[in-house]
Design a protein around this ligand. Structure first.
Ligand code: C2E
Ligand code: CA
Ligand code: CA
Length: 690
């Protein structure tokens, strides 16, 4: 079977004005297997070239209309044919013509008279060079395209010259960098945070100690845009084994990293609300629990269920539910602390872990804010919708030591909310819940007590043991609540202290005490809480107040406790000094219950010491108490400090104290604290009895 072979001749264009030369050339070339085209001058040659696209052109120099140099230049300027090999025919001795030929862009030259035997070889050589060039160009283009697709760039670093050459693609990756630069210049493209890593990588590479041959680093493009490059490197060595060149590729992995980040985001966050999902929440909760354990603190597990969402989706559609959840998540988040974690588990169930909680009350305050946040109507597309929340709280470590127990107990507390009527919140332990609720309502009531005029003072008389006369009273605070009746300090002083209300209330006590006692020939003792005492400007404020009331300073006595000197002793002393300079007396209350060292009496400007009632109660029987009280009195007197005994409940204690030289006695045996009207009656009747 004979196959039809379609020969693909390579075509050569001959451009010469002499017909005889054209004929000769044609014969030689056709014999060598080429197809031949002809043109008679330069202009004609360029036109045929454009139309026929020959594989090579033979150009005579001297021709009418357009000479060979100009024709060559014209071919080089036509993009479609500019790479065509052009051989120029020049006279043998014309060196200038050869030079002009190359300047015009000729591929080669052929001398005249033509060496016919060599001509075909010359042409073949030019064609082959052209083919190789074409192949190279094509593979380069292909490589460049592949690199562009892979976002892969090459680099090569000559160590001695300190010079890096970058491939086109890598220059693009760096946001249009120069073709070459020094190592330092290149490093400037790298994000500063990554410098140590990159430097370490290069160092290890040079010492041949690199564990990996790639490093990832971020490069900074203009306008703060950042790209992640994965750079791989290899070292080449000179004949002595010294590294002289580093080279490698750099790949843009930004999109991959972004995708990974997105994946990891969805692995840890709820797509609807952007809150941590169950997986991340457990991790955060574990951290909160561990931190609480370490610090001996608490944390609270709070489950929040949102109800009536079925109605929302029925009325507004599913998308509205997502929107409502997002709003709620934002609100809840805004009332939580920075260390607390809020999460959505599924549906309309949120869970929060409150870190760094000291007691149930603190948790309750936060949960109250969460509950309020849930009550606010949600506006969607111009319509308002309301949801209800039930919240259950469990405390670590009180209700459980691990996440699952806490979650379980928080859920059961939530169930109890539902049983009890639907909305609000509950602690896991019913007791705790009651206590916390009581405390919260107390707190709320105290905020209004002052303006509602619910505070009153009772006064307890103090007997001067030498003169056997009532010379002073201690003012003691009472809270008359319209429903709960008369409240004693141990039921509310702590709350005043914690809320800071004590500062305002304390001012009221001093003013009130001075006003009430002014008409009587007595001194008045007022208790100062630590928070009040530590407030800057205390001495100045009190002195101004006394001045305002025209109350003699020496008739006021301020009682403070020793615990004040446990910290900031210097500041405490400065305040005491200022008070004493103003003429106000200061006494140490509850002596013997705390830190109890008389050593500080030497350093502190105090005028009175009140021995705590625990020593006085059993004074008559207990020899140890007697010894303590006696030596305390002696020491105080030596330091010019007077002594008051508190809690004198019977005659025997009173007599014993008198015998020991105690200055003043106070206690139920003399009188309970009394309101002013009864105090006046008491003073008239009973004082003569002592
Ligand atoms: P305190 O300063 O040690 O006050 C003496 C307490 O002992 C008073 O209790 C008083 O009623 C009680 N008491 C007096 N005589 C006897 C007795 O013979 N036997 C017994 N068992 N107790 C006696 P009260 O009024 O309940 O006050 C308790 C504490 O509340 C006070 O202890 C004081 O620390 C604080 N407090 C009272 N009023 C104020 C105030 O206006 N400001 C501040 N910061 N604290 C106050
Ligand atoms: Ca007192
Ligand atoms: Ca006391």
């Amino acid at each position: 079977m004979i196959e039809e072979i379609k020969m693909d001749y390579e075509r050569i264009l001959i451009v010469d004005d002499e017909e005889i030369t054209r004929m000769m050339l044609r014969r030689v070339l056709e014999e060598a297997g080429y197809a031949v085209l002809e043109a008679v001058n330069g202009l004609d040659g360029v036109e045929v070239c454009l139309r026929e696209r020959p594989n090579a052109v033979l150009l005579d120099v001297r021709m009418p209309v357009m000479n060979g140099f100009d024709a060559c230049r014209a071919i080089r300027q036509e993009p479609a044919i500019c790479f065509t090999p052009v051989l120029i025919l020049t006279a043998l001795d014309d060196v200038v013509a050869v030079q002009l030929a190359f300047e015009a862009g000729a591929t080669d030259f052929v001398t005249k008279p033509i060496n016919w035997a060599l001509l075909a070889q010359r042409v073949r050589y030019a064609l082959r060079a052209r083919r190789i060039e074409l192949q190279l160009r094509e593979s380069e283009t292909r490589l460049a395209r592949a690199q562009r697709i892979a976002r892969l760039g090459y680099w090569r670093y000559e160590m001695d010259a300190d010079w890096i050459n970058l491939s086109e693609e890598l220059r693009q990756l760096l946001g249009g960098a120069a073709r070459g630069m020094t190592g330092r210049e290149l490093l400037r493209h790298v994000a500063r945070d990554d410098w140590p890593r990159v430097n370490r990588f290069i160092r290890d590479l040079l010492r041949d100690r690199a564990a990996e041959n790639e490093v990832e680093c971020r490069v900074v493009l203009g306008e703060g845009q950042i790209r992640s490059l994965l750079v791989s490197a290899d070292a080449a060595r000179d004949e002595r084994g010294q590294v002289n060149t580093l080279f490698g590729v750099a790949q843009d992995v930004t999109e991959r990293r972004d995708a990974e980040a997105r994946l990891s985001y969805f692995a840890h966050f709820d797509p609807v609300t952007g809150l941590p999902n169950r997986v991340l929440f457990r991790d955060r909760a574990a951290q909160a629990i561990a931190a609480a354990r370490r610090k001996g603190n608490r944390c609270a597990m709070v489950k929040i269920a949102i109800h009536q969402f079925q109605k929302v989706s029925a009325a507004f559609g599913i998308a509205a539910v997502d929107q409502a959840l997002l709003r709620l998540a934002d609100r809840f988040q805004s009332v939580l602390g920075a260390c607390d974690t809020l999460s959505r588990f599924e549906g309309a169930d949120f869970v929060a872990i409150l870190a760094d909680i000291h007691d149930a009350h603190e948790a309750a305050l936060i949960v109250q804010r969460v509950a309020h946040a849930g009550e606010e109507p949600i506006r969607l597309d111009g319509r308002e919708l309301r949801v209800a929340t039930t919240i259950g709280i469990a405390l670590y470590p009180d209700d459980g030591a691990d996440i699952d127990r806490l979650l379980h107990h928080a859920s059961s507390a939530q169930t109890r909310v539902r049983e009890l009527g639907g909305t609000g919140y509950q602690f896991h332990t019913a007791d705790l819940h009651q206590q916390t609720m009581a405390r919260l309502s107390r707190e709320a009531a105290l905020y209004q007590a002052l303006e509602r005029d619910e505070f009153v003072l009772h006064f307890q008389p103090q007997l001067d043991l030498r003169r056997r006369r009532i010379t002073g009273v201690e003012a003691l605070l009472r809270w008359r609540h319209p429903e709960w009746g008369l409240q004693m300090p141990d039921q509310f002083i702590d709350i005043l202290e914690e809320t800071g209300l004590i500062v305002e209330v304390g001012d009221w006590v001093i003013r009130q005490a001075c006003q009430e006692i002014r008409a009587l020939p007595l001194t008045v003792s007022v208790n100062l809480s630590p928070r009040q005492f530590r407030r800057p400007g205390l001495a100045r404020r009190i002195l101004a107040l006394l001045d305002d009331l025209a109350f003699p300073v020496e008739r006021l006595d301020l009682e403070i406790t020793e615990q004040l000197f446990l910290r900031d002793e210097q500041e405490a002393i400065a305040t005491l000094q200022a008070l004493r300079d103003g003429g106000v007396r200061v006494s140490i209350d509850d002596y013997g219950t705390g830190y109890s060292s008389l050593g500080y009496l030497k350093r502190l400007p105090v005028s009175l010491l009140k021995i705590d009632k625990s020593f006085i109660k059993t004074l008559a029987e207990d020899r140890a108490d007697q010894a303590i009280v006696r030596s305390t009195i002696e020491l105080c007197h030596a330091l010019n400090v007077s002594v008051v005994a508190e809690g004198v409940e019977d005659r025997r204690a009173l007599d014993a104290l008198a015998a020991m030289g105690c200055d003043v006695a106070q206690g139920y045996y003399l009188s309970r604290p009394l309101p002013m009207d009864r105090l006046i009656g008491w003073l008239e009747e009973a004082s003569s009895a002592f």
